[in-house]
Design a protein around this ligand. Structure first.
Ligand SMILES: [Fe+2]
Length: 323
């Protein structure tokens, strides 16, 4: 073989090697992408009067979506309700041509009223919450004299148990039972994101109170440890933010790693006993949330107000000396 023939052969072999390498890299990339969790489109609608983060979570492929932890505007001094905040979410749904498949609650909230019934009326989507919600209903039924409400969770369309899975279009949702703040709290794991309700707040703010009936700081600690065992890059979305000393803007998104590294109350290295002591000391100094009385009796009924009187008027009950 001539020298130029050999050089030509070497050139072709090098080219073939380059092409093979390129193919393998592309295959590896495809494998990594297939293994990575799907990424939901997530928009937050922050309700400043109650410091609540409502989320619109959409599957970019199918256009199906879920609304997590909605808020009904409620003026405590007058008893007047408005759907202003919920309408902002619905306007975004309409603008983007989404189809709401689920209205999701992380728990029976004690600081804002849920707009789930309004959202259901407009979208037709079912309302879901944790399957232990009867524990909350049984606790509060006598406190509010809510004898019309059967404490079996039947007010909701779907009760999600630990480990249950369902879909928002192409996005798979996994339910994690994360009690402590209330006995029925759940976390929704959607692709690479988790919606943790009131289990945790931003790293610089810490954790949620555990002193409502059925709350338990040791139980919350174990729920938090479960959440913090998820991959560090998992995006974590909170239900509330109150700013924090030295921070002048609201933030509602963090990561599992950031919480492990720096959560004020429950970062890596804090023991259960230390957390329980801290939480109990703090909870002893907290006053009740401004809207706890209307919120609980509406939210435990899946966002419905108590039944109307014969003349059609609707009333909220105020239990005296119970809270
Ligand atoms: Fe809460």
């Amino acid at each position: 073989m001539t020298a130029s023939g050999q050089a030509e052969r070497d050139k072709r072999r090098a080219e073939a090697l380059r092409q093979n390498l390129g193919k393998r890299k592309a295959q590896a990339r495809a494998r990594t992408e297939a293994a990575a969790p799907a990424r939901a489109d997530i928009d937050c609608f922050f309700h400043e009067p109650t410091f609540t983060a409502t989320y619109l979570v959409a599957d970019p492929e199918s256009g199906e979506a879920a609304i997590v932890d909605s808020v009904l505007d409620y003026e405590g001094s007058s008893g007047r309700t408005r759907t202003t905040h919920a309408e902002k979410v619905l306007a975004a749904v309409e603008k983007r041509g989404l189809k709401v498949a689920w209205i999701l609650e992380t728990h029976v909230h004690a600081d804002h009223l849920s707009a789930s019934q309004h959202l259901k009326k407009v979208t037709g989507a079912p309302i879901g919450i944790g399957s232990d919600v009867p524990l909350v209903q049984k606790t509060f039924r006598p406190m509010f004299g809510a004898w019309d409400m059967i404490p079996d969770g039947s007010q909701f369309d779907r009760l999600f148990a630990e480990g249950e899975r369902f879909r928002i279009g192409g996005l798979e949702v996994e339910v994690m039972h994360t009690p402590g703040h209330t006995p029925a709290c759940i976390t929704y794991r959607i692709g690479d994101a988790i919606f943790v309700g009131d289990t945790m707040f931003m790293p610089d703010y810490g954790s949620a109170r555990c002193d409502f009936p059925g709350g338990d700081a040791a139980v919350l600690y174990r729920s938090v440890r479960r959440l913090l065992s998820l991959p560090g890059e998992t995006r974590m979305f909170l239900c509330h933010d109150y700013k924090a000393p030295g921070r002048d803007r609201f933030v509602w998104e963090t990561t599992v790693q950031a919480q492990r590294d720096g959560n004020l109350h429950v970062r890596e290295g804090v023991t259960e006993a230390e957390f329980v002591k801290l939480r109990r000391e703090r909870d002893a100094k907290l006053s009740m949330p401004a809207l706890i009385l209307p919120s609980v009796q509406v939210n435990m009924r899946a966002g419905r107000f108590p039944p109307a009187e014969a003349d059609g008027s609707v009333h909220i009950r105020i239990p005296i000396d119970r809270f």
